[in-house]
Ligand binder design. Sequence first.
Ligand SMILES: NC(=O)c1ccc[n+]([C@@H]2O[C@H](COP(=O)([O-])OP(=O)(O)OC[C@H]3O[C@@H](n4cnc5c(N)ncnc54)[C@H](O)[C@@H]3O)[C@@H](O)[C@H]2O)c1
Length: 444
Amino acid sequence: MDNKPSIAIIGAGYVGLVSSVCFAELGFKVICVDKDQNKIKKLQDGHPAIYEPDLAPLLQDNLVKEHLRFSGVLSEAVLKSDVIFIAVGTPIKDDTAADTSEVEAVTKEIAPLLKCYKVIVVKSTVPVGTCVKLSKIILNLNHHAQFDMVSNPEFLRAGSGIQDFMTPDRIILGVETTRADEIMSNLYRYFINKKIPIVRTTLESAELIKYIANSFLAMKVAFVNEISSLCEKLNTDLNDVLRGISLDHRIGRDYLQPGPGFGGSCLNKDALTLTHMAKMVNVPITIIEAVLASNIKHKKRIIEKIVDACCGSVANKRLAILGIAFKANTDDIRESPALYLISELLSQGALLNLYDPVVKKVAFNLNVYWGQDVYDTLTESDVVIIMTEWDEFRHLDLKKVKSILRNTAIEPTLIDLRNLYSPQAVIAEGIRYYSIGKLTEKIA
Ligand SMILES: NC(=O)c1ccc[n+]([C@@H]2O[C@H](COP(=O)([O-])OP(=O)(O)OC[C@H]3O[C@@H](n4cnc5c(N)ncnc54)[C@H](O)[C@@H]3O)[C@@H](O)[C@H]2O)c1
């Protein structure tokens, strides 16, 4: 094996695809495999199956350079590679913890193919003990398998995946043999040269780090959301409070942005899995249990805010919702707070117009109107709700918004759940303004 290992990445989702493209960009030969043949066909034609900034040109460039290939055949990729990354999904099962069945299924497929030494790297987020369990699965199926198992959890975020992968704060390597460590060091040489910290640990510690990191981030979001509600009740301004606390360098400002509740495929799942793992060993992490409960409560409070803005009922009122993705710059709608909001408002009899720059109506089977653009979405609406912080929602023509919104049972109203606007600017246009934790009553 030369010092540039060849790579197979199993799973062409947000993590697998971004990792494949980035490793290819760093000059490695990468074969990315997925069981979804439609996805593979599109990828072979240069079309990413997900929306991620900068992904498409890098993908196309690396296909042309022949650094990157896509395949539906796992065996071919495994046999031709030195390092095999597992990057398949670990969704929540039975509302309790991550389901590792996809990771296990891939491991069972790999096991009989390990005829010469390979490094198996688990990039999927998996509960503590999974890597050891996967090693046992392999050895049960193939007594002669030559391999080392490595845990290398991924921290990229949907919406900034390429940038996060190429400029990580740190790389976690759960690696327990010198041979695997050398190969992983060659794989991450570019980052080592850039002085990105590499944290080498046991397999179990690496697995746990990912859960602790995401649970901590979830805690920060839940914290700021609860504080926002307190600010509203105490007639104080969240912005002032945040500025007042964040200048303390021990606190800082990162991840203290209020919103409609945390969502996405990771925070809720990982916090839930952490609480489950902790209960299993009789060390309940009550603070993270409270974070999960707080997020549910916050999403309910958001519905109350909307009902309140609609004079006590949303029944038969038409609301325009801007943004379905769980955050800007992604088409990922998994656990998006918008989904909860939409189903709750529909169940209360609201009529909905929806718009998102990249999430299109094919994603739902709902009886709603999908706007062509922002202003078309406002047509016939009483109220507009900003759910996602897409750039195009930051610069609305407020005069146009006022002229399109109806002024019947409710005065034209903007409910800004990402705090994108200054209350003064909106109110000056004759639009009622609701936000998260900002002082609006005093201004009006
Ligand atoms: N999405 C994120 O932002 C993010 C960030 C960090 C970590 N993670 C973790 O990374 C893992 C993957 O997440 P994701 O969002 O990329 O998932 P995803 O659902 O977007 O992609 C998973 C892919 O794996 C494929 N797959 C499943 N079984 C397969 C098999 N047997 N053979 C080949 N392909 C198979 C699926 O078809 C799918 O394309 C999860 O554990 C997740 O928690 C996700």
